[in-house]
Design a protein around this ligand. Structure first.
Ligand code: WTA
Length: 644
């Protein structure tokens, strides 16, 4: 199936060259930039000059695989780079954040406003005993306080761990415990399609099994009643009232940890991806400037949640380091109407929009009448991220949102890469619908075979990164062995992305998707093992196997195959109960779309589940009828077919 999709992608020969008008005004206009990028070290050395350093670095790179250190000896502060340095001139009065609440409330914070509130919150954190190196977990909706909290942590050198507000209390608890956070910042709730998500309540449940957390700071967002635990919980707005405006940024070593962000991998336990301060900031600010062709007067909107890496790198650190005006939207694209995104673009005259293919596929389904009722003429550049974009969705985005004049930058990267690794530079790179084109200057990506050798152009294999890059993850929190094994275990010194891809004869990359046990559902990474462990945690379930089934909107949807314990009976509400169980263990994003019961799971002789067979069954290719799987002889028959 994947092969078929790829073959049809490779037949895709539409090409869109940059227009001369766009190139004339582009930040990057000459292809020589790619040659400069070949000189990897001098290229990244030069890019580091875009930041303000308290002390210059002495050595650009120290590479002892799998550990890289960039800008050794340099000292800087991420919050200083995102805020203080913009206060020197008129930028202090430039809008940094334009916040639009789901209910239509809005708030605009200038760089000076943001600096003030960040400094105050940083002082509150200090007064609670948070110092350099202490971890803070942030569990907030898409409101300005989420950005403020991240920058306040960065200001005092306390690594943050943002947990997406859609995660359940169990998932939150595991992440708090793994990071051993001292403080949690949450809110009374979050607005979602007109109802309230009880974030504080979730945090309270999570904290029942946590001993490391000393205080909880609670932002008032929904103003509904919540429990405040004496001596532990503090209202954000009350604490800020008396907090000093003056909080000097702590000079951090370039290699000091800026944040931890949990992501799914091939085991049941999420990985705490560790990012550095110096290299990360250089990577995200350079890529944000060039890929989005950022201009002083742009209104930039990235629709991701700050709980994901896209929010970290391209809502907070990249854009704010570059002094951009950033739109932050709290809610969903279809609330109260299916034209909400287009309404926001019209209202704030958004010029750059960065969103995900899954959203675009929903817009396509809803039809062009929604964008057509709004004025989208302010848009000048579009971006996508999170999963492969199918050429039809690309063309729809190009036509109906971009009015056939906005370049689309399809950006390939990962939580681990920290920054965009492959994307067109819109002033010089011809666009190919469905391809993220090629590597960013200074980045060396290849398609390799099983032995780590590059395959010839035109061939396919695994996507691998040959040289270290500044924003690369530095470690998995508390688990360097897993770090080495996961990313550098396949081929020493070469980073394995977990993705499969082909490159065509012109060198364009066509990313297929994950080749490991990670499923990409609506652009969210979900580990099959995580969902399987959640299912097996249910008292009636003996075994579970989860696969990704092709889905029109989500890209992939989770399908679970289950065997029940001896003597357990299937009853009508069991499927629903199992789905709810997964939601409780992980969050709604991991809810299986379909659950099938079977007498046994098809396994190889060595006991590995034959997922390819399950995928073929779910997508109706193997024997068609799921019911036959409940019969042991049928399972054996199917197994024999797939044994090769
Ligand atoms: C997939 C999101 C194709 C890929 C920034 C990768 C993509 C995973 C693209 C990382 C793209 C992301 N084209 N596939 N433009 N962007 N992916 O960590 O499989 O949430 O490995 O980071 O998303 O997901 P993550």
């Amino acid at each position: 199936m994947q092969e078929e999709r790829l073959e049809s992608l490779l037949q895709e020969n539409r090409m869109f060259k940059p227009t001369s008008e766009f190139t004339a005004q582009a930040n990057i206009r000459t292809p020589e930039i790619y040659e400069m990028g070949q000189e990897h070290l001098s290229f990244w050395e030069k890019q580091a000059e875009r930041l303000d350093w308290f002390e210059p670095w002495k050595k650009t790179l120290e590479w002892s695989p799998p550990f890289a250190q960039w800008y050794l000896g340099g000292k800087l502060n991420a919050s200083y780079n995102c805020l203080d340095r913009h206060l020197r001139d008129w930028h202090r009065n430039k809008a940094a954040l334009i916040f639009e609440g789901e209910n239509g409330d809005s708030r605009i914070l200038t760089y000076q406003d943001l600096h003030r509130e960040v400094s105050q919150l940083a002082n509150v954190l200090k007064s609670l005993g948070v110092g350099k190196g202490d971890r803070v977990t942030i569990y907030l909706p898409m409101i300005p306080e989420a950005v403020i909290s991240m920058l306040a942590c960065a200001r005092i050198g306390a690594p943050h761990s943002v947990v997406f507000g859609g995660f359940s209390s169990d998932a939150l608890r595991d992440r708090i415990n793994d990071a051993q956070a001292k403080v949690v910042i949450t809110s009374d709730g979050s607005f979602r399609r007109g109802s309230i998500v009880p974030l504080k309540e979730n945090a309270d449940i999570a904290l029942q099994d946590v001993t490391c957390v000393e205080h909880v700071i609670v932002v008032q967002r929904t103003a509904h009643q919540v429990n405040m635990q004496e001596n532990r919980d503090i209202w954000y707005h009350e604490a800020l009232k008396t907090a000093s405006l003056d909080c000097p940024p702590v000079p951090m070593d370039a290699e000091d940890m800026l944040f931890i962000l949990y992501t799914s991998g091939t085991t049941g336990k999420p990985k705490g991806v560790v990012h550095s301060t110096g290299g990360y900031m250089v990577g995200v600010s350079t890529t944000h400037d060039w890929v989005f062709d950022l201009k002083e007067e742009d209104v930039y909107w990235c629709t991701a949640d700050v709980g994901w890496i896209t929010g970290h790198s391209y809502i907070v650190y990249g854009p704010l380091a570059n002094g951009a005006t950033v739109v932050l939207y709290e809610g969903s694209p279809d609330y109260p109407n299916k034209d909400r995104y287009w309404e926001i673009i019209e209202k704030y005259q958004v010029s750059i929009l960065y969103t995900a293919p899954t959203a675009i596929r929903s817009f396509m389904k809803w039809g062009p009448s929604y964008p057509q009722r709004r004025d989208l003429s302010s848009l000048r550049l579009l971006g996508t991220v999170g999963e492969p974009i199918n050429p039809e969705a690309w063309m729809w985005y190009y036509k109906y949102i971009g009015g056939e004049h906005c370049p689309i930058v399809d950006t390939w990267w990962q939580t681990e890469t920290g920054m965009i690794m492959m994307a067109p530079l819109p002033g010089i790179t011809p666009l190919r619908p469905g391809s993220c084109t090629g590597p960013f200057p200074g980045v060396k990506i290849e398609v390799v075979d099983k032995t780590g050798k590059p395959v010839p152009k035109g061939g396919g294999g695994y996507l691998a990164i040959r040289e270290p890059w500044p924003a690369m993850l530095r470690n998995i929190y508390g688990d360097p062995q897993r770090f080495e094994k996961t990313y550098f275990g396949e081929w020493p010194g070469i980073y394995f992305t977990g993705d499969g891809a082909k490159w065509d004869k012109d060198g364009n990359f066509w990313v297929l998707g994950r080749v490991d046990d990670v499923i990409n559902v609506s652009g969210h990474r979900i580990g099959t093992m995580e969902v399987e462990s959640a299912l097996v945690d249910h008292p009636l379930v003996a075994e579970a196997a989860v696969i990704g089934k092709t889905h029109e909107i989500k890209g992939q949807a989770l399908t679970a195959f289950i065997t029940l314990k001896e003597g357990s009976e299937i009853y009508p509400t069991l499927i629903d109960e199992l789905k709810k169980h997964v939601v409780r263990k992980i969050g709604a994003l991991a809810r299986p779309e379909d659950i099938f019961f079977t007498a046994e799971l098809p396994k190889t002789r060595s006991g590995k589940i034959i997922r390819r067979l399950l995928r073929d069954i779910a997508e109706g290719r193997a024997l068609g009828d799921i019911a036959t799987l409940a019969d042991t002889s049928a399972v054996n028959f199917l197994k024999a077919m797939y044994q090769d």
